[in-house]
Design a protein around this ligand. Structure first.
Ligand code: G6P
Length: 440
């Protein structure tokens, strides 16, 4: 490959400057000649604002990367080498419903692995599968790298229901955990290595190393003595110290929703009137970001973008693309087909696990069985993702109800059904398969 073509679907996202910055930094190793930012007509204004900032950024960096802005996905995909997807069907208003409606029932919505995540999956998966068909037709050799949430469920759906094999789901949580551990140990992140295994937003650090020496117990001691390790979008209410000692592996920030459900719910309920849900907070942040992006003198990624939960997302994305392109054979945690790496999860399911990243794609590193302490929860979320993905492609009400009911955040079948019915109605316009309308 020479002169790489990258297509970013959902290019009008406020996160795009992260990606552009990452590509600029790596240009010598990763010569991207064309970056196509694609969006839908409703996103046209944002696409232009963020696209123009991207153009100023590459110009300032004197990097010969052409930035193309388009609403024509097919035109963009033709001949692409890498396709990244970072889309939000129904925009942040839909996320606000995903988070707000469950709260009425005393349930955490959680836009990825909770009831909100179910609905984000139901809206997103059919769109991603349409993109897969376009990739098959227009750029069959391209890698599809998905950041759209729920990234684990989306990867599961692409693996099961599309013909695309070259697909990877990506998340910034493992990078954030590594940075968090480095901070706890007061060392540079490059000296820390973590054996990650689990699922997206349900990933554990099984072993933690400093300069190749096992320091898991030391890190868990620091965590249990009150050190903070979280992300901008998840409040840190501290861990029960004895629980962390008993768990014996490093949890990710999202585990708070499952191990501290009551406290997290109370916190969300308390903030609801004052701040709104996270989606509503993010709407405010986004409005500010786009105001900044409009400034014709701005030609770098503004630091305010770090207020979003997706910090380091650019590092994860650009390192992955770089390692595939340059066949680096380095180790990165990604969402990919398990292929037996985690014995407790089916071979053909998506897992988030350390992989050796090669030109041929990620090769998962075997971890064997997950410790019994975490195995059950991971398997339960895997079942949730799998049933939810099936519901998304079939539009089957009963599958959706099953997914909702088996989610660990949902207390009963009747609450599941009431929430499901209300959320289906609320998201009707984005769920054509459930309402038997022809999809465009
Ligand atoms: C984390 C997660 C992402 C998620 C983001 C939300 O980075 O890994 O999957 O999209 O947080 O951040 P936000 O600022 O939108 O709440």
């Amino acid at each position: 490959m020479s002169g790489i073509k990258v297509v970013t679907i959902g290019g009008g996202s406020s996160y795009t400057p992260e990606l552009v910055e990452g590509f600029i930094k790596r240009y010598e190793e990763l010569p991207i000649s064309e970056l196509w930012l694609v969006d839908i007509p409703q996103g046209k204004e944002k696409l232009e604002i963020v696209g123009n900032l991207a153009k100023r950024m590459v110009q300032k960096a004197s990097v010969p990367m052409e930035i193309h802005l388009t609403l024509d996905r097919k035109e963009a995909l033709s001949g692409a080498d890498f396709v990244t997807t970072q889309l939000r069907v129904g925009l942040l208003d839909a996320r606000a419903k995903d988070e707000r409606i469950p709260l009425k029932y005393g349930v955490i919505g959680q836009e990825t692995n909770g009831p909100g995540g179910l609905f984000k999956g139901l809206r997103t998966i059919p769109v991603i599968l349409d993109i897969c068909k376009d990739i098959e037709e227009l750029c069959p050799d391209a890698w599809l790298i998905n950041f759209s949430n729920p990234a684990g469920m989306v990867t599961e759906a692409v693996l099961r229901y599309s013909n695309i094999k070259k697909t990877i789901g990506l998340c910034n949580v493992p990078v954030g955990m590594r940075m968090g551990v480095a901070e706890m140990l007061d060392v540079a992140p490059e000296r820390v290595h973590i054996d990650f295994a689990g699922l997206n937003h349900m990933v554990y650090g099984l072993n933690v190393y400093l300069d190749g020496k096992l320091v898991t117990d030391q890190v868990l001691d620091i965590l249990s003595s009150g050190a903070s390790m979280t992300m901008k979008n998840i409040v840190d209410l501290g861990w029960e110290p004895d629980f962390i000692k008993a768990l014996r592996v490093l949890p990710c920030p999202y585990h708070r929703y499952y191990y501290q459900t009551g406290k997290m719910l109370a916190q969300q309920a308390e903030e609801l009137n004052e701040k709104g849900t996270r989606a509503e907070v993010v709407q405010g942040l986004e409005a500010e970001l786009f105001e900044l992006y409009k400034d014709p003198t701005l030609d770098i990624k503004p630091p305010q973008l770090e207020q979003r939960g997706g910090a380091y997302y650019s590092d994860a994305a650009c390192n992955l693309i770089n390692s595939i392109y340059n066949d680096k054979n380095d180790i990165q945690p990604v969402n990919t087909r398990n292929n037996g790496a985690i014995a407790s999860i089916p071979h053909d399911s998506a897992v988030e696990v350390n992989c050796v990243i090669t030109r041929e794609g990620p090769k998962p590193i075997a971890v064997g069985d997950l410790p019994v302490a975490v195995r059950g929860l991971v398997q339960q979320i895997k079942s949730f993702e799998r049933v939810a993905a099936e519901a998304a492609v079939t539009g089957d009400y009963h599958k959706a109800l099953l997914a909702m009911t088996i989610n660990p955040l949902v207390p009963s079948d009747t609450v599941a059904k009431e929430m499901l019915d209300e959320m289906l109605e609320a998201h009707k316009e984005y769920l054509p398969l459930f309402f038997h309308e022809e999809r465009v």
